[in-house]
Design a protein around this ligand. Structure first.
Ligand SMILES: NC(=O)c1ccc[n+]([C@@H]2O[C@H](COP(=O)([O-])OP(=O)(O)OC[C@H]3O[C@@H](n4cnc5c(N)ncnc54)[C@H](O)[C@@H]3O)[C@@H](O)[C@H]2O)c1
Length: 364
């Protein structure tokens, strides 16, 4: 049987990708060790809504044999499984390395070792989800402080168009190092072993099925806390800027990458909402206050290590090569995320019961 393999497929981005592929009639194999709290609810959702289309293997990317089996029938592979939090990587860099760097090398080896047959004369397409944290702390970018955000100073106005692939890589935090090592291995295996692989260096992604917390997935975390009228914590002054990309736009980019794989294989791309979809933490809170008609309270904490003050992606290279561009505004995306949080509350299913047990403090 052939299928699209998604490692980390029960996670936030993986679930959105699996859903879209299943809706388009593809068979999907979700490979996940379910280590991220909350993702079992995503898996339950996928298996319930797409029976016969989505199958599941509880596997770990640190286990070479499990990966070899999963890769066997794959026509395309989206490699999303990862230890995803910078904070956790600072506490336990070895485990972070084992999952992100070694786990990716295991996957690449499994692909390299897969036997080619008459029907399968090509290696499967591979997309690896890297991060903006491979582009350093950007300390050299001079910034000015405005009322609600940092902005590039006059000598760095070019940065308003975002950071692109021409920026030299400089891994930032153990998470940046492990993801960055994997990013380079993927590009090297594309060169040396003829794997049609692509790397996406992504910044902030948000949307439904995101069980975000303080350490990763801050947009969803803020939305859920705001809906529960809880105090929001800012690490730093709240003026740090990110470009936010709605997950369905990202999924569209994933599919377009595969369609264009002959043209773009071996390339790395910076992918994000771009200059048209930037927000600071303070500005996001203002948007939430507007949408929900409330005043939210904020508590300020110390800056976290490796937190970039300003990061906006320039996705121009991918746009030029494929025609892709984000189409969902921040306001539309946030409304969709809020809608999903509400649907969690309304669903009278097992998913709901589990959600209430684990996320009770966020339920309205
Ligand atoms: N969400 C973002 O804003 C963002 C930004 C940049 C890069 N990324 C990258 O995108 C990918 C997906 O991120 P996400 O936001 O969906 O995260 P997520 O935590 O929701 O999903 C990751 C999934 O991987 C699984 N996993 C973790 N360790 C595993 C292991 N050893 N073996 C198998 N499965 C394992 C988890 O259970 C989870 O379901 C990650 O590689 C992440 O580094 C995400």
């Amino acid at each position: 049987m052939s299928y699209v393999l998604i490692t980390g497929g029960a996670g936030f981005i993986g679930t959105n990708l699996a859903k879209r592929l299943a809706e388009e009639g593809h068979k999907v194999l979700v490979f996940d060790n379910l280590s991220r709290a909350g993702v079992e609810k995503n898996l339950f959702y996928l298996l319930n809504h797409h029976p016969g289309q989505v199958s599941f293997v509880q596997g770990d990317v640190r286990d070479m044999e499990q990966l070899q089996d999963a890769v066997e029938g794959a026509t395309a592979i989206y490699h999303l499984a990862a230890q995803v939090a910078v904070t956790t990587s600072l506490e336990d860099p070895i485990t972070d390395f084992e999952i992100n760097a070694r786990g990716t090398l295991n996957l690449l080896e499994a692909i390299r070792r897969r036997k080619l047959t008459d029907e399968r004369s090509e290696k499967p397409f591979l997309l690896y989800t890297s991060t903006n944290k491979v582009l350093g702390g950007l300390e050299d970018v001079k910034l000015v402080e405005r009322a609600t955000r940092y902005e590039p100073a006059e000598e760095n106005l070019g940065m308003l168009e975002g950071i692109g692939e021409d920026r030299s890589i400089e891994f930032c935090s153990p998470y940046g190092c492990s993801k960055g090592a994997a990013d380079q291995y993927v590009l090297d295996y594309a060169r040396n072993f003829n794997i049609p692989a692509v790397v996406f260096r992504m910044s902030c992604i948000y949307g439904p099925h995101q069980y975000g917390n303080e350490d990763q997935g801050w947009v969803a975390h803020f939305v859920r806390k705001a809906m529960a009228r809880r105090t929001l914590s800012f690490y730093g002054d709240g003026k740090q800027v990110r470009d936010a990309l709605f997950v369905e736009d990202l999924v569209e980019a994933f599919l377009m990458a595969r369609q264009n794989s002959a043209k773009i294989r071996g390339h790395a791309f910076t992918i994000g909402g771009g200059p048209g979809n930037t927000t600071s933490l303070l500005e996001l809170v203002s948007l939430l206050e507007k949408l929900q008609g409330v005043r939210l309270s904020i508590q300020y904490e110390k800056w976290r290590p490796s937190d970039q003050r300003y990061y906006v992606s320039n996705h121009g290279k991918f746009t030029r090569m494929t025609g892709w561009r984000p189409v969902t505004s921040l306001e539309q995306g946030i409304q969709s995320l809020e809608h999903w949080v509400r649907s969690l509350q309304n669903e009278k299913s097992r998913t709901q019961v589990v959600a209430e047990q684990e996320f009770g403090e966020f339920i309205l």
